[in-house]
Write a protein that binds this ligand. Structure first.
Ligand code: BGC
Length: 497
């Protein structure tokens, strides 16, 4: 038995471990997360350049619900002290936030480093550390410099080196104080969602080709940035780096649908995980096969999923220090029937796999049309990932519920409670080494296509107030209590509001 299992096992004996044992293992950590474009505002402050999200929302405001945009967002660029205060009040062990690449490197390249941009993050990091909260940094959460998009963005193979250069600047600036890193947040959104549907920046639609060029280049970019840390910084700073993928659980409608459910998992999660975490590296073989067949049927000369050379496979394979993932929801999937029509993947059906998506009636809907509540999905996903890639350290980098607002958010508390119960079962019954849980989100923020309509925050933000006043919701009080108690066995009542 390794040290982690031994620890959990001994705690289980002491506390008589059962499904109702609601305590977390010693050393388990709680955090909350945000991202730069969703909270910072100050989109053109000082020498910051335009990101693809600035361009996307300004060019055609109707792309976003109510024509909202992130120009001011939560104004975190100017409300940094308040953000640190909230994080400290909650008693978080760590705070996950992302850096704006065009704020640090206005040209996209390391030829010019913004003093004001880098100072902002220095103050944030130092302020967190002064309160005993560990900074957990994501290098890229979708706000690519527009200058790089003009050169092809993620479809240009050179971007792997551009990203590694940016990563080196960041590790040099902050590596002395920051020990937990994520290279990319949910590359599946930057590639699949963007290039298939155009509903997220850069708004370029190229489902068969752009999606997979992006997929390959982004894997290489991650790998190069990971290796820069591993070779040049890890020996002196001893930090850890990984990538945060989005894992959406696919539940087969009947046993006969298990194969299409597994294909969907490999398509959406495997394409971004297999190259990194599998023993052999490269694309998931089942998906390689499906996409090659489809590409030829569609008249391309070869698969539009670009092949990896052996050298590239070796470059990407093994570039992780833990397995990080964001998880919100699940989908039920079944084989499509003859003549059925499809809505676009990845929000809709899995047309390329001949799969139809449905939501069972007992999965409650949320404020957005894409998420349904299915807590068992997170445990199933952990088991799937362990089976696929081995007994790794798992870190949940996002999980949360969107509502239509209000301070009394019992629904969010029960969402967190049910998901955390499944996480405890995964740890205690399935022996999963899960060490961190991150609530999304610290506060209400710019929710991409949904603007400010759906609310994910532990803190409510008043977007009509120029000061963007933040007020703790009931769930913030509850989360603080579970962190203090290191157990789910806590209660809060409305009178704290
Ligand atoms: C993203 C967040 C987003 C959240 C809720 C995740 O896919 O990383 O930026 O706000 O989902 O939609």
């Amino acid at each position: 038995m390794d040290w982690y299992s031994a620890l959990v096992f001994s705690v289980c004996i002491a506390a008589s471990c059962s499904a109702e044992d609601l305590t977390f293992p010693p050393g388990f950590k709680f955090g909350a997360a945000t991202s730069s474009y969703q909270i910072e505002g100050a989109w053109n402050a000082s020498d910051k350049s335009e990101s693809i999200w600035d361009r996307f929302v300004h060019d055609l405001p109707t792309r976003i619900l109510n024509q909202d945009n992130g120009d001011i967002a939560c104004d975190s660029y100017n409300q940094l002290e308040r953000d640190i205060e909230m994080v400290a009040d909650l008693g978080l062990h760590y705070y996950r936030f992302s850096l704006s690449w065009p704020r640090i490197l206005p040209s996209g390249f390391p030829n010019y480093i913004s003093k004001e941009g880098t100072d902002y993050y220095n103050r944030l990091i130092d302020g967190l550390l002064a309160k005993g909260v560990e900074p957990f940094i994501t290098l890229f959460h979708w706000d690519l410099p527009q200058s790089l998009q003009d050169l092809g963005g993620w479809t240009n193979p050179l971007i792997a080196d551009w990203f590694a250069d940016y990563a080196r600047v960041v590790y040099t600036l902050y590596g002395d104080r920051v020990k937990l890193w994520l290279t990319l947040n949910e590359p599946v959104v930057a590639c699949d969602l963007s290039y298939i549907t155009g509903v997220t920046a850069p708004g370029i639609i190229s489902p068969d080709v752009g999606t997979y060029m992006c997929n390959k280049n982004i894997m290489l970019a991650h790998a190069k940035a990971w290796r820069v840390y591993d070779e040049e910084f890890k020996p002196k700073y001893h930090g850890k780096v990984s990538i945060a993928n989005h894992l959406l659980w696919f539940e087969p409608q009947t046993e006969a649908d298990s194969e299409v459910a597994e294909l969907a998992l490999q398509h959406l999660a495997g394409r971004y995980c297999h190259p990194i975490y599998s023993k052999e590296g490269g694309w998931p073989p089942s998906i390689e096969k499906v996409l090659e067949k489809l590409s030829l049927e569609r008249g391309y000369s070869k698969s539009t999923l670009p092949a990896f050379t052996q050298e590239e496979k070796d470059l990407v394979r093994g570039t992780y220090d833990f397995f990080a993932f964001n998880h919100y929801s699940g989908r039920q999937i079944r084989w499509a029937k003859e003549g059925e029509t499809f809505s676009p993947w990845p929000l809709g059906d899995a047309e390329d796999l001949n799969g139809k998506i449905e939501f069972p009636d007992h999965w409650p809907p949320t404020a957005s049309s894409i998420f349904y509540v299915y807590p068992e999905g997170i445990r199933k996903h952990l088991r799937w990932a362990k089976e696929q890639y081995g007994d790794l350290e798992f870190v949940i980098t996002e999980n949360g519920l969107d509502t239509l607002g209000g301070l009394d958010d019992h629904d969010r508390i029960s969402y967190f409670r049910e998901y955390l119960k499944q996480i405890l079962l995964a740890i205690k019954e399935d022996g999963i080494k899960l060490t961190h849980y991150t609530a999304w989100s610290l506060m209400d923020l710019f929710e991409w296509m949904d603007g400010y309509h759906s609310k994910f925050g532990l803190y409510q933000v008043d977007f009509n107030d120029p000061l963007r006043t933040r007020t703790p919701r009931l769930s913030a009080h509850w989360y603080k209590k579970i962190i203090e108690a290191h157990s789910l066995d806590v209660n809060v009542t409305q009178d704290v509001l």
